[in-house]
Design a protein around this ligand. Structure first.
Ligand SMILES: [Zn+2]
Length: 587
């Protein structure tokens, strides 16, 4: 019968327990100097060696050649203890034997002398699960233990163990095993197993183990029985059913670029493979944490290994400031909470919302820099409030339960009951560049979509100063695509309709020509009414991005130290062509 690795490689000696050398050394010392306490409590996360250490300690004390720091492992007592059938070493699972009766029974048995060993040892696992009555009964024994009895308690939750118990035990805190240490340990096992597994895959196993030797061994076992050739990182990711690190890094890169559509496409792709949304979020959070650590000036060694995506992480860290990294983590953690609380029927929406929102904020200047800039501005130049819907400024997590599907404001103005079909042909603009002090025009190269999006946000800034009425209409459309020198804008028919006004369009093309230093044309593309959710989220994120770039919003955000948590318009039915001023109502 196949014996799992966790059992096959269970350490028999103190020095073999991975990552708990500090505890092993202390216990060995205590045995060598005959200073063994009558009660110990081992605390720490699951799978990091508490029970294993307890068994080794028990053997060290009862071994025929003992007490010895190095139990022989071959005498009848050692063999029986290892097999769990020694009459003097009793393992009790506190979770299933948590009643007062069991502990009373234990006390009665403890009174008898050991059958053949020199002492009786009780190992109580998960001791925090004992009932209050059971703890009281145990306390009596701990207070006046028979000389031949030792207790080793183990728990993952020491704070659930009464102080009266804790204070009578010598306590050892087991550490989560560092990832590099786990990887090295697994590598040594792979060599012993003559298993073909790449270093990259071993690092991934160590990462997923989360500090637990046992969890890592279970995963490793699974991989070695599953893979035909050499086990790769992709195998690890597919056995765990998680996103690849490339995808995780790719999402962050696109968020940083403000590319909501691209980021959501990756989310879609990963989700379509059946990846658990919660696990996916955990991966994003882990990556975001490393990004934050690097942004805060942390050392490279402190960062998890990400295989081929590691370079991308460091690249991102160069351009990500601490504030943005914290913003990412905040939004992802909020989404994680939503997923856990089942606030949404489809948990994927929570993830999509977070990603779309962050991508929308991707190009936003950090508040610290805005404050700096505001400090340099003459007071008058802070723009007057334009009638745009203001975001909720402050507490970022004030209303986590609200589903803030970002929506653009309802159409306003210019009554024209039927939606106008095609936009007017855009007038060609040959305005000479730069009456205003604009930055030097870039050499004429074909316009990219990124450049167009960048241009659009500059135009929003200009419109805020010069044509506030146009700004409202501009905030409701978004850059869709670029074709040569033509920027294609998109919006619903009612939002496009106002741009049939030739004068209004001319103001826009004038501003664009002035900014770029050469003429550009704008055309319009109607957005289909029904779209796939992620595409719509991308558009909404773009609208939110536009809004976030608005100087007034920046001012509000910096004044209140706020984060945009939602972007909502007073909602109206889409084709309603009226409702003039008051849809910029702040909530
Ligand atoms: Zn022995």
């Amino acid at each position: 019968m196949y014996e799992v690795m966790a059992r096959r490689y269970r350490p028999a000696h103190f020095d073999d327990v991975v990552g708990q050398e500090h505890i092993a050394a202390t216990l060995k010392n205590a045995i060598a100097r005959d200073r063994v306490a009558h009660a110990y409590i081992f605390t720490g996360g699951h799978g990091c060696g508490k029970t294993t250490m307890a068994r080794i300690l028990a053997r060290a004390l009862v071994c025929k050649n003992g007490p010895t720091p190095d139990p022989c492992g071959v005498c009848p007592i050692c063999v029986d203890v290892a097999a769990g059938r020694d009459a003097d070493v009793l393992e009790i699972d506190g979770a299933s034997n948590n009643g007062i009766e069991q502990i009373r029974l234990l006390r009665e048995q403890a009174a008898y002398v050991p059958t053949r060993a020199r002492c009786k040892i009780y190992i109580i696992d998960e001791v925090h699960m004992l009932s209050d009555g059971a703890f009281n009964a145990l306390l009596k024994t701990l207070e006046e233990p028979p000389g031949h009895v030792k207790f080793i308690l183990a728990t993952t939750d020491p704070h659930k163990v009464p102080d009266t118990i804790l204070s009578r035990c010598q306590r050892f805190d087991f550490r989560l095993v560092p990832q590099a240490r786990l990887a090295a340990f697994f590598r040594s096992l792979a060599v012993r197993e003559e298993a073909a597994i790449s270093d990259d895959a071993l690092e991934a196993v160590a990462a997923f183990a989360g500090g637990s030797v046992r969890d890592g061994l279970v995963l490793l076992d699974q991989l070695l029985s599953f893979a035909a050739g050499e086990v790769t990182r992709e195998d690890v990711e597919s056995v765990r059913g998680v996103a690849s690190t490339e995808n995780v890094a790719g999402i962050f890169t696109r968020i940083a670029r403000g590319d909501a559509r691209g980021a959501l496409a990756i989310v879609d792709e990963v989700a379509s493979r059946g990846t658990n949304v919660g696990d996916f979020l955990d991966q994003l959070i882990a990556f975001g944490r490393d990004l934050m650590l690097l942004a805060a000036g942390g050392k490279e060694e402190g960062v998890a290994a990400y295989g081929p995506a590691r370079a991308e992480l460091f690249e991102l860290a160069k351009t990500t400031d601490l504030e943005s990294a914290l913003l990412y983590l905040d939004a992802l953690a909020a989404a994680r909470t939503r997923v856990r609380s089942r606030a949404l029927t489809n948990p994927l929406v929570a993830l999509e919302m977070a990603v779309a929102r962050l991508a929308g904020l991707g190009g936003v200047t950090p508040v610290s820099r805005i404050l700096e800039r505001l400090g340099q501005l003459p007071a008058a130049s802070v723009p007057a409030p334009p009638p745009v819907p203001a975001p909720v400024p402050a507490p970022a997590r004030a209303e986590p339960d609200r589903a803030p599907v970002p929506r653009q404001p309802a159409p306003d103005s210019v009554p024209e009951p039927e939606p106008a079909p095609a936009p007017a042909p855009p007038p060609v603009q040959e305005h000479p560049p730069a009456q205003h002090q604009q930055p030097p025009a870039p050499p004429a190269q074909p316009l990219t979509k990124d450049a167009a999006i960048d241009l659009w946000s500059k135009l929003l800034d200009m419109a805020a100063e010069r044509h506030p009425a146009d700004l409202r209409l501009m905030l409701r459309i978004a850059v869709d695509d670029v074709s040569g020198d033509e920027i294609i804008l998109t919006g619903s028919p009612t939002r496009i309709e106002p741009w049939n006004d030739a004068l209004r369009l001319k103001r826009l093309t004038d501003m664009a020509a002035e900014t770029l230093g050469r003429p550009v044309r704008f055309s319009f593309r109607e957005r289909a009414a029904q779209r796939r959710s992620s595409a719509r989220a991308a558009d909404d994120a773009q609208a939110e991005f536009n809004l976030a770039r608005h100087p007034m919003v920046d001012t509000v955000r910096s004044l209140f130290d706020g984060v945009i948590v939602a972007c909502e318009a007073a909602e109206r039915a889409e084709p309603e062509p009226d409702s003039v001023e008051e849809d910029g109502e702040a909530r």
